[in-house]
Design a protein around this ligand. Structure first.
Ligand SMILES: C[S@@+](CC[C@H](N)C(=O)[O-])C[C@H]1O[C@@H](n2cnc3c(N)ncnc32)[C@H](O)[C@@H]1O
Length: 265
């Protein structure tokens, strides 16, 4: 699946419009905002994949310094229109794969919300995590969400779609059929045996190729650069603590909250 096409999609006018009109924080993001509220006034924050500024409105006036970046110049223009820049509030076109414009260890809090990290291939994802670790102070916070492969496994299986609700069954079977078609020759067995996969899903009318990962694999991936990893379903503020909870969770995306370790950069 070509992830290289994703960047062009994030430049298109109808997608920008969509992100301009979504304003609410997701439940897991609210929890994180509440938890950090005492520290935010002294924090220097980097908001990666800021889109049209959904999260800007909640963080820019609460932090000591806020910079929103995105690899789509059109998204950054939308942010600048909505939130005029000041000394403490900046926006910049920047690809998370190369943040060489930022010095080492300068941010207290880095956010990559709403699965923005999922639109590059596996190697680039590792580069992004490394880059985020580099620009974050040791002990600084990194928070992001990522698609859950366990949810895709469910959506991709015809067997999992049957329920007592005939309308839901019908709708889910149709979606499973479209997913099968668009992701040919991918098989359910292959998904079941994978820790991560890049797939076409229903977001933005099946245009995007998105990286999906099992929560346990994401924790393993993060552990090179981050510690104290906590995870939440995007839907609520309940931490998924036990391995059993993490293995059975089929919510579409998961929030990860962790601390940058002091390993050499
Ligand atoms: C799903 S949208 C979310 C936008 C915004 N964070 C929100 O929650 O409304 C993902 C955003 O990440 C940006 N993005 C994806 N990959 C990126 C990368 N490698 N570097 C910078 N931005 C990226 C896209 O342009 C898009 O604006």
């Amino acid at each position: 699946m070509p992830v290289s096409q994703n960047q062009a999609i994030y430049k298109s006018a109808n997608i920008i419009k969509y992100y301009e009109q979504i304003n609410d924080l997701q439940p897991a993001e609210k929890t994180i905002l509440d938890r950090l509220s005492a520290q935010l006034p002294t924090m220097k924050m980097l908001d990666i994949g800021v889109g049209a500024g959904r999260t800007t409105q909640y963080f820019c006036d609460r932090t000591a310094y806020y910079i929103g970046v995105d690899y789509s110049p059109e998204m950054i223009n939308a942010c600048k229109q909505r939130f005029p820049e000041t000394v403490k509030r900046q926006f910049q076109v920047c690809d998370a794969r190369n943040m060489s414009g930022f010095e080492d260890q300068q941010f207290d809090f880095v956010l990559f919300s709403f699965n923005g990290i999922d639109y590059v291939d596996h190697d680039d994802r590792l580069t992004i995590l490394k880059e985020i670790h580099r620009v974050t102070k040791p002990g600084g916070i990194f928070c992001f969400s990522s698609h859950n492969l366990q949810s895709f496994e469910t959506a991709f299986s015809f067997k999992s779609q049957w329920s007592w609700n005939p309308i839901a069954t019908y709708t889910n079977l149709v979606i499973a059929g479209i997913l099968k078609l668009l992701n040919r020759p991918l098989t359910l067995k292959e998904v079941q045996e994978s820790s991560h996969k890049i797939v076409k899903d229903e977001s933005h009318n099946f245009q995007l190729s998105s990286y999906y990962i099992r929560p346990s694999a994401q924790i393993e991936q993060l552990s090179h650069w981050f510690e104290d990893i906590q995870i939440y379903s995007w839907k609520n503020d309940i931490e998924l603590v036990s391995q059993a909870d993490r293995l059975v969770n089929t919510d579409q995306w998961i929030y990860y909250y962790c601390t940058s370790n002091s390993c050499k950069i």
